[in-house]
Structures are given as structure tokens and as C-alpha cells.
Design a protein around this ligand. Structure first.
Ligand SMILES: Cc1cc2nc3c(=O)[nH]c(=O)nc-3n(C[C@H](O)[C@H](O)[C@H](O)COP(=O)(O)OP(=O)(O)OC[C@H]3O[C@@H](n4cnc5c(N)ncnc54)[C@H](O)[C@@H]3O)c2cc1C
Length: 434
């Protein structure tokens, strides 16, 4: 059987290859880089697993946890129980658990109105967690009521500068005035339910299991998806030395981010407009290991304020307060991301030390730049998604998966991959778009 040609060996591409293989359909993955995992990559060096992007999951995620069970990956580490945020130049604690005393402390820190808004928003997200996605009626209702303007316009200033900025930074590397409430709701529901965990030894263990027995061609960047008469006909590839080649392909599954997809395939005008509405925000992630604990005094995670190039920073694991993940993200970070690695590291440590002085020596570090960034979605994304999928439908043999379809978590990526594989099985011929 002719293989499905998958573009990209991130979690969407690896997941898609796995779901295809379960149906007995072979695949070949074309990966521009030299490693698997993409933005959830894991680099092992000197006894450390440097997770350079996505790593945390919720035990309430069905596809992610099903894979962990399937591969017998059952040793996990809990994530930190709460966050500290810099608000009005003070470091304050935010607890994840909801108790009456926790509510009272929140009200004391944020003010009553903000605390009530925050709790009611989170309660709504949790209560509807299973019904929130960009194809269900519920998220469309939220979009109709809320997505006419960005997050900052819907909540108190304290909330928008504080806890909701924390979500914006973590989930989109963006400011609250760059994201829309439906994404906030989707994200809060996805992470709000279940236990928050990471895989012992790193997310790379899951990727290794997914990649086992799959055909992955490294150093093959897809330059163009070739179509003839509305049907996929092949892929134009460029190697890292600049050598061009072409493979024949009648079934292609793009698992590259949307900003890549729109460059490599010719979409109908309405789908191009939809793709242009989706924003990706760049960031840099620094893994740094020290000879002593850096986090202390019950602090494991800090979100910095809007003027700081450091968006968020946390201990790699609760029991590793000496391994710090600095994330340079948000608007102020974008002005410094072109600086070299040492300068970024100096900036990160200086900003961090203003809140919690670093008294240890750095022994190892890795700076990773995500120039493509994190997907920030678009207002009224359900409509955007419909236009994108309708555009893809006009090209026979092409399917799409990735962080821009079902939420930009690893679970969202796996969901999009599973759905794309199911669409490949549809027997009716695709319709021409109106
Ligand atoms: C700093 C950071 C922290 C995050 N934290 C979490 C978290 O804790 N939990 C969570 O669930 N999610 C998290 N995320 C989000 C999650 O990591 C991403 O949504 C997910 O990894 C995206 O996977 P993907 O396979 O869709 O895309 P990618 O990982 O970007 O994979 C795409 C792959 O395609 C390749 N490629 C691109 N263009 C081409 C081309 N033209 N030809 C061939 N190959 C190509 C790339 O090299 C890459 O390997 C985080 C993201 C970041 C950046």
C-alpha cells in the first residue's frame, strides 16, 4: 500500500503515524530537522533531559493518557501545586486548589470582584471541560458572547494583569490584549481537570515509543505540496545542503504549524484569509541547571510582570528546584529575542534575581528559540477552522493536523492527528468548494 506522507515529526506527526499504523496504513515522515518532538522536543545531555517545550499533561486527557497506558509509561512526577505572580510589583501566591480558605486568600490578594470573576471563570471552564472544543456548540456560544474583543476587555484590570496574564503567557506566549476568551476557556478547561503531571525522564520517552518502527526521513524540508487538477501529486523536498528532490505522493498529511502550511500549499482565497487570522507568538526557553536549589521558600513557579522580558519561570520538576526553565515570552521578550544566547541568559537571571536572588552557580544550560512560536488562535476560531478545513477539502489526498485545530496542547495535537487519520478513511470523494 502506498504510504501516507506526513510532514513533520512533532507530536502531531508522530501521533498521526501511530494512529495510521494501528489501521495497518504505512507512513513516511519527512522532518526538516534532525530530531523528533518538534516544539515538545527533549534533548538528553550530561544526565539531564532538557525538555525544550511542551512537557506537562493532565491525567484527564484521554488520548495522551491512552498512549501512556499503551506504552506502559507509568512513572510520573507531579507538577508544582501553585504559582507565584508579580502583581503591582509584589510577589503573590496563587493556589491551584479550590478551598474556602484559598478563596479568602485570593480575595485578599486580588480584591473581591476580581477573585469572584476568576473563580466563576474557572468553574465554568471545569464544569464544561468535556464539551469545549472548536466544533461544539458551546465554544461557539462563548465566541459569540465574548470573542468580539480580547481578554483584557472582559475582566478587571487586576485579573487581566495578574492570573489571566499568567494563562496568556503560558498558553500563547502572548499578552491578554492579543488573545481571545474562547482560547482562554479551552485552555483552562484542558488543564483545569485532572492531575497535572510530567513523565519521569522526560517527554522524549513518549516520542521514542511513538517513533518506534516508523519511517522518518530527517533533514527533508517540504518546500511545496504539489497538486495536479485538485489532487495531491507529490512533495518537493529540500535537504539541509540545499539539494532539491521530488517524491510522488497521493496522500499527504501536514503536521507542520499553520504558518508553514500556508507557505507550502496553494489554498483557496477564503482559507488563506482564515490562515492569516491565526497568530503565532515567538519565545525562547532556557533550561539551566545550578549546583544548588534556586527555587525555595515554597516558590516553584513565577510569572513576571508585563514590562519584563521574562514571561514565566518554573522549576523543571517539584523535586528539582535547581533545574530552572526560564521562558522569555510576551511583548517585552519579543524586543530581545534577536540577542545571542549569553545575553538572553544574563537577562533571564537578572530578572529572576530581582524577585528571588540566585545564590547558586550555573553548571549547564540550553537555550532554545521557538521562532515559529506558540499558536495564539484567532477570534471566532470555529469559523476560521471551518474555512480552513473547507479549503483543504478542495485538495484531494490532503489532510491536516497540528496545534492550530483542536487546542495547542499535546492532547489537542493528538486529537487533531486522530481526526485527520479518520478523515483519510472517508470513502466518498471530496466535494469541490463553492
Ligand atoms: C515553551 C513551550 C511550552 C509548552 N508547554 C506545553 C505543555 O506543558 N503541555 C502541552 O500540552 N503543550 C505545551 N506546549 C505546546 C506543545 O508543545 C505544542 O502544541 C506541540 O508540541 C506542537 O506539536 P506539533 O507536532 O503540532 O508541532 P511541532 O512540534 O512544531 O512539530 C512540527 C514539526 O514539523 C517540522 N517541520 C516544520 N516545517 C517543516 C517542513 N516544511 N518540512 C518538514 N518538516 C517541517 C518541524 O521541524 C517540527 O519537528 C508548549 C509549547 C512551547 C513552545
Amino acid at each position: 500500500m502506498e504510504p501516507v506522507h506526513i510532514i513533520g515529526a512533532g507530536i502531531s506527526g508522530l501521533g498521526a503515524a501511530h494512529y495510521l499504523s494501528r489501521k495497518g496504513i504505512p507512513s513516511v515522515i519527512h522532518e526538516a530537522g534532525h530530531s523528533i518532538g518538534g516544539r515538545a522536543g527533549c534533548i538528553r545531555s550530561g544526565g539531564h533531559a532538557f525538555e525544550v517545550g511542551g512537557k506537562n499533561f493532565s491525567t484527564a486527557w484521554p488520548r495522551f493518557t491512552a498512549l501512556l497506558t499503551e506504552f506502559g509509561l507509568n512513572d510520573f512526577e507531579p507538577q508544582h501545586p501553585g504559582f507565584h505572580i508579580v502583581l503591582k510589583n509584589r510577589l503573590i501566591a496563587l493556589e491551584k486548589s479550590k478551598t474556602l480558605s484559598g478563596d479568602l486568600r485570593l480575595a485578599a490578594r486580588l480584591g473581591l470582584k476580581s477573585a469572584l470573576q476568576f473563580r466563576s471563570f474557572l468553574a465554568k471552564a471545569r464544569a464544561n471541560a468535556d464539551r469545549l472544543n472548536y466544533t461544539s456548540g458551546l465554544i461557539e456560544e462563548i465566541e459569540r458572547r465574548w470573542d468580539h474583543s480580547t481578554i483584557d476587555n472582559h475582566f478587571t484590570r487586576t485579573l487581566s494583569d495578574g492570573p489571566l496574564r499568567l494563562f496568556s503567557i503560558i498558553m500563547g506566549a502572548a499578552e491578554p490584549d492579543e488573545l481571545y476568551p474562547s482560547l482562554l476557556m479551552l485552555f483552562a478547561s484542558g488543564f483545569g481537570k485532572g492531575e497535572h503531571r510530567a513523565i519521569r525522564g522526560g517527554i522524549g520517552r513518549l516520542h521514542d515509543c511513538l517513533a518506534q518502527g516508523k519511517s522518518i526521513q530527517f533533514g527533508e524540508r517540504v518546500e511545496r505540496i504539489v497538486t495536479e487538477n485538485g489532487q495531491v501529486a507529490g512533495l518537493e523536498l529540500v535537504s539541509q545542503t540545499g539539494q532539491r528532490s521530488r517524491v510522488t505522493a497521493t496522500r499527504v498529511l501536514s503536521c507542520a504549524p499553520l504558518h508553514v502550511l500556508k507557505r507550502i500549499v496553494c489554498l483557496p482565497a477564503y482559507a488563506r484569509v482564515a490562515a492569516d487570522a491565526v497568530r503565532y507568538h515567538p519565545l525562547a526557553l532556557i533550561n539551566a541547571v545550578y549546583d544548588q536549589d534556586v527555587f525555595r521558600d515554597n516558590i516553584h513557579s513565577i510569572m513576571f510582570d508585563a514590562g519584563s522580558p521574562l514571561g514565566h519561570c518554573s522549576a523543571n520538576r517539584l523535586h528539582q528546584p535547581y533545574h530552572v526553565r526560564f521562558t522569555l515570552s510576551g511583548r517585552a521578550a519579543r524586543d530581545v529575542l534577536d540577542q545571542d544566547d549569553d545575553a538572553l541568559l544574563d537577562l533571564a537571571e537578572a530578572e529572576f534575581s530581582r524577585r528571588l536572588p540566585i545564590r547558586a552557580n550555573r553548571t549547564k544550560c540550553l537555550v532554545t528559540r521557538h521562532e515559529g512560536g506558540i499558536c495564539g488562535y484567532a477570534p471566532h476560531f470555529s469559523r476560521v477552522k471551518r474555512d480552513l478545513l473547507r479549503g483543504i477539502e478542495t485538495i484531494q489526498g490532503l489532510e491536516i493536523a497540528g496545534d492550530y485545530l483542536e487546542g495547542h496542547t499535546m492532547e489537542g495535537c493528538l486529537t487533531s492527528a486522530d481526526l485527520a487519520v479518520q478523515r483519510f478513511n472517508l470513502e466518498e470523494p471530496k466535494r469541490e468548494a463553492a
